[in-house]
Design a protein around this ligand. Structure first.
Ligand SMILES: NC(=O)c1ccc[n+]([C@@H]2O[C@H](COP(=O)([O-])OP(=O)(O)OC[C@H]3O[C@@H](n4cnc5c(N)ncnc54)[C@H](OP(=O)(O)O)[C@@H]3O)[C@@H](O)[C@H]2O)c1
Length: 288
């Protein structure tokens, strides 16, 4: 059985959907969620839904019982909270006799990264290695889905600000990433322990602005700002302080080149490359 955690979340739900689509049915596919009442549609489709909360480790023995492959979707929150949640999930998987964990990691896990997010995923990958269980780290790039929010200011002012300097990154939609993860979970064997699910090209945010401008037909400019100025702006827009700082230092990591990575790993799993930036921009910003 393949079980996906966080199946009420946006990525987790898409992974379940892609597993069903790839397998052509729901047999052998299960989901764990914190609140099964919010998974009525999955239950209605015949998918096994179990209650599992990484903050309530006593729920995880039943949630992970009989699971061959566990797709562990990373949680959200301050670093210490997330690392502890992932650690409890890994310990429960070991105790339940899970055969293999596939973990939704991040493209930036560098020890010298300024990003808080990098520290979480680096710690969880280390915990996976220490667990003794076979595991696969599926390192996600930036979700393309977040681009409209990232550049929202441009709708009013024609420009958006980020502390990304001239750093480069790639973007893939959650749905495409979910397909790559489903493909990895269904593969009889995986060639590598780490898959970097980057796009096949990286772009700086001037390129991103130009792609959005082409798709939308409106002028869009990118203005680099300092990490502190960006964190302060996010905090002023009522983001919690830890998240404002984590978002800001993630873009500092972009500026430092930590997201400037390309690979064919996505295509190796899915059979074709992810959609390039102009396609994503057309879908997200095009005038229909
Ligand atoms: N690459 C990127 O650009 C990017 C951007 C944002 C986030 N992320 C990471 O990717 C993950 C998935 O993204 P998303 O868009 O699907 O976020 P989301 O919709 O907010 O989902 C968050 C997920 O975390 C799960 N979760 C939270 N606390 C948990 C706990 N105590 N025990 C078990 N599960 C818990 C939730 O489980 P339930 O299903 O039970 O609600 C939910 O599925 C995020 O949590 C974050 O780690 C990546």
């Amino acid at each position: 059985m393949i079980l996906v955690t966080g199946a009420n979340g946006q990525l987790g739900r898409r992974i379940v959907d892609q597993l069903v689509a790839r397998r052509g049915g729901v047999a052998g596919i299960a989901a764990s969620v914190r609140d099964p009442a919010r998974a009525a549609d999955l239950i209605g489709r015949g998918i096994v839904v179990r209650q599992g909360d990484f903050d309530q480790p006593e729920t995880l023995a039943d949630a992970f019982a009989g699971v061959d492959k566990l797709v562990l979707v990373s949680t959200d929150g301050p670093n210490d909270v997330r690392i502890a949640q992932h650690r409890r999930a890994i310990a429960a998987a070991v105790a339940a006799g899970v055969g293999h964990i596939l973990y939704t990691s991040f493209i930036d896990v560098a020890a010298d990264s300024p990003a808080d997010f990098a520290a979480v995923h680096r710690a969880t990958e280390a915990d996976l290695a220490a667990s003794g269980l076979p595991f696969t780290a599926l390192r996600n790039p930036l979700y393309a889905d977040f681009l409209p929010m990232t550049v929202a200011a441009a709708r009013e002012t024609g420009s958006f600000q980020l502390p990304a300097g001239s750093g480069r990154a790639s973007f893939i939609s959650r749905t495409e990433l979910a397909d790559a993860m489903a493909a990895a979970a269904l593969a009889p064997a995986l060639a590598r322990q780490v898959y970097e699910l980057s796009g096949q090209a990286t772009h700086d945010y001037h390129d991103v602005a130009a792609a959005i401008a082409r798709a939308s037909g409106k002028s869009v400019r990118y203005q680099p700002v300092s990490e502190d100025a960006y964190a302060a702006a996010l905090e002023a827009s009522s983001l919690p302080r830890w998240l404002a700082r984590a978002m800001a230092n993630m873009y500092s990591a972009v500026a430092a080149g930590k997201f400037d990575r390309v690979s064919n790993d996505f295509a190796a799993l899915v059979g074709h490359p992810p959609r390039p930036l102009p396609c994503l921009a057309q879908e997200l910003f095009g005038s229909r």
